[in-house]
Design a protein around this ligand. Sequence first.
Ligand code: C5P
Length: 320
Amino acid sequence: KSVIFKLWNGNASSKMLNPRLQKAKKDYLNANKHQVNFRIPKEAKKLTSKELLCDLKNQVKIRTLDGKESPFSNMGWETIVPRTVIHDLYPHGFKTCAVVTSAGAILNSSLGKEIDSHEAVLRFNAAPTKAYERDVGSKTTIRIINSQILAKPHYKFNTSEIYRNVTLVAWDPAPYTVNLHKWYKNPDYNLFIPYVEFRKKHPLQPFYIIHPKFIWQLWDVIQKNTQERIQPNPPSSGFIGILVMMSLCQEVNVYEYIPSVRQTDLCHYHEKYYDAACTLGAYHPLLYEKLLIQRMNKGTDSDLQRRGKVTLPGFSAINC
Ligand code: C5P
């Protein structure tokens, strides 16, 4: 529990994690699967909340594959990706938005009504609403999915209703250098073939693939603003989703990303699987993502601790 108190106060560190999670982080640092170059600044100045927000706004540009770059251009992807980029799909943006993480701690929160009251709601991966409406709501505007959802038959991406009637945003990490040829040949999970298939079957449903440049821009911002070396792996879907919504909404309300008093090792609200790594990170630099989000929180301590709610300004609402 004590690491949660430290998260609320913004002074958690990986040294507070259990030995298994510390070992996992060390192993990921040694493996450096995505060939990340660390460029750790000598004297990292701790930015204020405002500076951090402006840093994000200036450095992180939401970008999806447009099919114009090789090797995608050679395969006719210009006509496969949606004609309208995500920003133009929502030209007026959204006033207030909800980002609903899949954490077990959202069970018994009764946050459903509040979540549905926002103009747009973002959910992740295979997280259902059916049978959990009281706690997570029922509205879904955008769903962020990692490449495993498309590639593993278990998720029934082609047939499950949860991937229909929403805007889909898929992602997979390329190498840190963002070599699209290497990425296409060797993604973490092959999302390209199912993506093309789904686009052909449902041409009117907006469905994007995040440009890996965006993923690694986010990683750079996390590392730049953290005193320790972070896992050299992409940020979690949660962090990616928060940044997508900060680009589209005037205000972003994030639920159970930073854990509330309901904190639990239950990984997901919809699955009986227990692992502290889901909340504190093993593969993803999740603890550091959360510390960064905590620093930008404009909401109250009571909303954070009792409701697991963080409120962030969208990029359109800040003057830098
Ligand atoms: O596990 P999954 O990636 O589908 O969950 C969606 C996001 O919710 C994660 O990427 C993570 O940011 C967040 N999450 C969390 N704590 C959990 C489970 C998920 O912060 N216990």
